[in-house]
Design a protein around this ligand. Structure first.
Ligand SMILES: Nc1ncnc2c1ncn2[C@@H]1O[C@H](COP(=O)(O)OP(=O)(O)OP(=O)(O)O)[C@@H](O)[C@H]1O
Length: 325
């Protein structure tokens, strides 16, 4: 057998039968990959298991669980250059969707077997590694209201019900956002800094498309003046995200940058990749190409460079001499 990997498996994630899920994963992967399987427990989380795997110098790390498990494991793999395989078995599967990885066990395993990898950006938020997004305000309140029991019973509906409940008590706050070249002050109900985001993360969808390998973060400010305005703004974000056009409402703003320092008055809860990490202030810094993930063959890899066609082009490698004309 030529390939090996550490498989980190959360036995309580999602609504499926974990024993059956693991049997399917093993049946699909083990003919080609020598798997070393570790289960997460209530005490030993996926980040600890991934950290130990990195220390052992494994060839690849494959993680199977919900968004919490995938994000936690990814934090230990950021910056290591160890390929990261994603087998999503959660409620929302935002992690896989944001990174355009299939979210069925079968297709996710095929993606890993194909062995194609690409680099994606990550970020640090107050020194915590971040793959998807940091949400201030509305999103953090919604996540806090959605418990594991509700998710088991209701699935994604649990988030929607919690969202509606939060909307009923919609709070706005003063926010100050410092970028590399400006300081912005406004009133908002939600501020979201996204490295990557699935379409379902509506509050992150200010710009037309979030690019996860451009070395930049996308910040969206949602500042409705009433509950009716909040519903209209959310609907507008849904529409513009699906049509790929930028937002056009006065109560929604967005900008891109390599880093953001954000403070609010009063302090607001912060959710980072699905987990509450504390309250504002936060500082978020992009880490270009921080994570190497297995991706499907049909995923278009956007080019990071285009030089061909330029007049009198000559490109020289710094090690060798001229390599392209
Ligand atoms: N063996 C276990 N027993 C109890 N809890 C566990 C165990 N393994 C992991 N956990 C807990 O599972 C949580 C992570 O769950 P995860 O997010 O992967 O699944 P989910 O909640 O079903 O999915 P989603 O986040 O997509 O809704 C962590 O809080 C972790 O402490």
């Amino acid at each position: 057998m030529s390939r090996s990997a550490c498989l980190i498996f959360n036995p309580v994630a999602g609504q499926g039968d974990p024993e059956q899920d693991l049997a399917i994963i093993r049946a699909l992967l083990e003919p080609e990959i020598d798997l070393d399987v570790y289960h997460t427990t209530a005490e030993v989380a996926a980040d600890k298991l991934a950290e130990l795997a990195v220390k052992r110098g494994v060839e690849a790390i494959i993680v199977s669980g919900g968004d919490g498990t995938l994000s936690a494991a990814a934090t230990a793999v950021v910056g290591t250059d160890i390929p990261f395989g994603i087998i999503s078995r959660g409620t929302a599967n935002a992690f896989a969707t944001a990174l355009k990885i299939p979210d069925t066990i079968d297709a996710a395993c095929q993606t890993i077997l194909q062995g194609r990898t690409r680099y994606v950006d990550t970020a640090y938020c107050n020194h915590h590694p971040m793959v998807l997004l940091a949400g201030i305000g509305f999103e953090a309140e919604t996540v806090e209201m959605t418990d594991r029991d509700a998710k088991k019973r209701l699935g994604v509906m649990a988030y929607i019900l919690a969202g509606l409940q939060t909307l009923r008590n919609l709070q706005s706050f003063q926010v100050q956002i410092e970028t590399e070249d400006k300081i912005i002050s406004t009133t908002a109900s939600a501020v979201t800094v996204a490295n990557a985001a699935p379409p379902s993360s509506v509050l992150a969808q200010g710009p037309a498309g979030i690019i996860y390998d451009d070395g930049l973060l996308d910040l969206t400010i949602v500042a409705p003046e009433s509950k009716a305005g909040a519903i209209a703004a959310t609907f507008h974000l849904l529409q513009t995200a699906s049509s790929g056009s930028p937002v056009k409402r006065d109560d929604i703003g967005y900008l891109r940058g390599k880093q953001f320092k954000i403070n609010t008055s009063p302090p607001q809860k912060v959710v980072l990749d699905g987990e509450i990490i504390g309250t504002t202030p936060i500082e978020v810094n992009c880490v270009p190409a921080g994570l190497k993930i297995f991706v499907p063959f049909d995923q278009a890899v956007s080019s990071t460079e285009k030089l061909e066609g330029l007049p009198n082009l000559m490109v020289e490698s710094k090690q060798n001499s001229k390599i392209q004309e």
